[in-house]
Design a protein around this ligand. Structure first.
Ligand SMILES: NC(=O)c1ccc[n+]([C@@H]2O[C@H](COP(=O)([O-])OP(=O)(O)OC[C@H]3O[C@@H](n4cnc5c(N)ncnc54)[C@H](O)[C@@H]3O)[C@@H](O)[C@H]2O)c1
Length: 402
C-alpha cells in the first residue's frame, strides 16, 4: 500500500512511519517542522534528542531504499499539498499535521489564530487535493477525545440516536470542546464529514485519547527515537509526570486532579492506526472512531507514576497547583470505544510497564530535562492569557495557482 503521512517528523508520525515501513508499505511523508520551531519558541526542547530530518531520512533510506520519501512543506500552501497528493497518489492519507497543543492555542490571540488557521486550512487543502487527485483514497484524520469535552452523559462513538418531538434520528454526538485547539479539531470534523457527503470521499475521524510512551517495537536504537516533550505546553500529562519524577521535581497535578481522560500507549496508537489503514470505511462514509485504551484521573496517574518511580529509588513527590486551565476538576466520564476492538485491536502495553520504560529512557537524558525544568510550570493561564511569549506571525493564505 502507498501511505502518505502528513506530519511525519512528529511524535506519532515518526513512529507510524517506522511501523508502516516495517510492514513493507511504501511511505511518503511531509512536514513543515513547526513542532520543532514551536517548542523552541517557548524555550524548551525534546527530552530525548532527535536527529535532523535529513539524517532521519538517510537512516530510513539505507534500510528501506526508495520505499521512503519525504517532502518539506506546509499543508496550508495548497500548491504544495496538491503537488504531493497528486504525484504520490496514496491509498491512505494519515493526517497528523496540526498544531496539537491546547495550552499553546490559549497563549494569546495570535496563537489562537495560528492554531485554527493552520489546522482548519491545512485540512481543507487536504480534502480538496483528495477530491481532485485521489477521490478513492482513505483519509485518516487525527482528532481528539477532547472534541467531546466532559458532558455529564456517556460519550458515544461519533453518533447518537435521539428522539425529539416524536421523531427518531441518528445525529453527530454533541461536541463541547474546551480549548481553541480542541475547537479547531471540531471544525475539522465538520468539514471532513461534509466533504464525505458532498464528494463521496471516505474518511476515518479518530477521536484519540492522550498518548504516552517513549517506545514502539521499531524504536530500537537512539537514531530511531521519537521526540518527547515535557514542558507544560507540549508535554502531555503522563509524559510530563515521568520527566518530573526523573529530576525530583514534584509531579504537578492541576487543581483537584479529578479530570478524567482516555489514554493509550504510543505502541497501541500506532497499532490502532495500522488496523484502520487495513480496514477502510465504505466509499462516501464518514466514520468516527474513539481511540483509547483506559480512562484515568490525572491525580490517580500521578500516584501511579510516583509508586513506580519510588520503586526505582527516584523518591517522587506530588504537588497540587492552582489549575491554569478552565475545566471541570471532578466530573462523570464514560466513553465508548468499541469499534477498534471489533476490528481486532487489543491493547499490547500495560501502563505500569510503559511508565517504567519511560522512567528508564528519560533517566539517560536527565540533564536535558533539568536544564529546562522551569518550562514544566510556565503556566499559560487560560482565562487571562499569558504575555511572556511573543506574538506569533500567522502564515499568509496561499491559494492554488492552477
Ligand atoms: N500526542 C497525543 O497525545 C495526541 C492525542 C490526541 C490527538 N493527537 C493528534 O495527533 C496528531 C499528531 O500528534 P503528535 O503528538 O504527533 O504531534 P506533533 O506536533 O509531534 O506532530 C505533528 C507534526 O505535524 C507537523 N505540522 C503541523 N502543522 C503542519 C502543517 N501545516 N504543514 C506541515 N506539517 C505540519 C509538525 O511539525 C509536527 O511534526 C495531531 O493532530 C494531534 O492533535 C495527539
Amino acid at each position: 500500500m502507498k501511505i502518505l503521512i502528513l506530519g511525519l517528523d512528529g511524535y506519532i508520525g515518526w513512529s507510524l512511519a517506522l511501523h508502516q515501513l516495517s510492514l513493507g508499505n511504501e511511505v511518503c511523508g511531509i512536514d513543515n517542522f513547526s513542532r520543532r520551531k514551536s517548542v523552541e519558541e517557548i524555550g524548551s526542547w525534546s527530552a530525548i534528542p532527535i536527529l535532523p530530518i535529513e539524517k532521519r531520512m538517510n537512516i530510513l533510506q539505507k534500510e528501506y531504499g526508495d520505499k521512503i520519501t519525504f517532502h518539506a512543506g506546509d499543508l496550508v500552501d495548497s500548491n504544495f499539498t496538491n503537488d504531493v497528493i497528486g504525484k504520490f497518489k496514496p491509498d491512505a492519507i494519515i493526517h497528523l499535521a496540526e498544531q496539537p497543543s491546547a495550552p499553546y492555542s490559549m497563549i494569546d490571540q495570535s496563537h489562537t489564530l495560528y492554531t485554527q488557521y493552520n489546522n482548519v486550512m491545512g485540512t481543507l487543502n487536504v480534502i480538496y487535493a483528495m477530491k481532485n487527485y485521489v477521490p478513492k483514497s482513505h483519509l485518516i484524520k487525527l482528532g481528539t477525545m477532547g472534541e467531546y469535552g466532559t458532558p455529564d452523559l456517556e460519550i458515544a462513538e461519533g453518533f447518537m440516536e435521539v428522539e425529539f418531538r416524536g421523531k427518531k434520528a441518528t445525529i453527530p454526538y454533541p461536541r463541547f470542546a474546551g480549548s481553541w485547539y480542541h475547537w479547531s479539531k471540531v471544525h475539522d470534523s465538520n468539514n471532513v464529514a461534509f466533504a464525505c457527503k458532498l464528494w463521496g470521499l471516505s474518511s476515518t475521524d479518530i477521536m484519540q485519547g492522550i498518548v504516552y510512551g517513549t517506545r514502539t517495537a521499531e524504536i530500537t536504537d537512539p537514531n530511531k527515537h521519537t521526540r518527547f516533550d515535557f514542558d507544560e505546553i507540549f508535554g502531555t500529562v503522563i509524559n510530563r509526570y515521568c520527566a518530573q519524577a526523573v529530576i525530583g521535581h514534584p509531579l504537578t497535578v492541576y487543581g483537584k486532579g479529578g479530570q478524567t481522560r482516555g489514554f493509550l500507549a504510543l505502541e497501541d496508537s500506532i497499532q490502532c492506526m495500522s488496523i484502520l489503514i487495513e480496514n477502510p470505511p465504505e466509499k462516501g462514509e464518514y466514520r468516527v472512531i474513539n481511540q483509547f485504551d483506559q480512562q484515568y484521573q490525572v491525580s490517580e496517574l500521578a500516584e501511579r507514576v510516583k509508586r513506580i518511580a519510588d520503586k526505582k529509588g527516584l523518591d517522587a513527590t506530588i504537588q497540587q497547583l492552582e489549575n491554569p486551565r478552565v475545566e471541570k476538576e471532578e466530573h462523570y466520564y464514560k466513553a465508548d470505544h468499541e469499534q477498534l476492538k471489533k476490528l481486532g485491536f487489543r491493547a499490547t502495553r500495560h501502563i505500569d510497564d510503559e511508565i517504567g520504560i519511560m522512567l528508564d529512557d528519560l533517566t539517560s537524558h536527565e540533564d536535558r530535562i533539568r536544564t529546562k525544568k522551569d518550562q514544566m510550570t510556565k503556566q499559560v493561564k487560560w482565562r487571562d492569557g499569558s504575555s511572556t511569549i511573543k506574538q506569533r506571525i500567522v502564515n499568509p493564505l496561499i491559494l492554488p495557482t492552477d
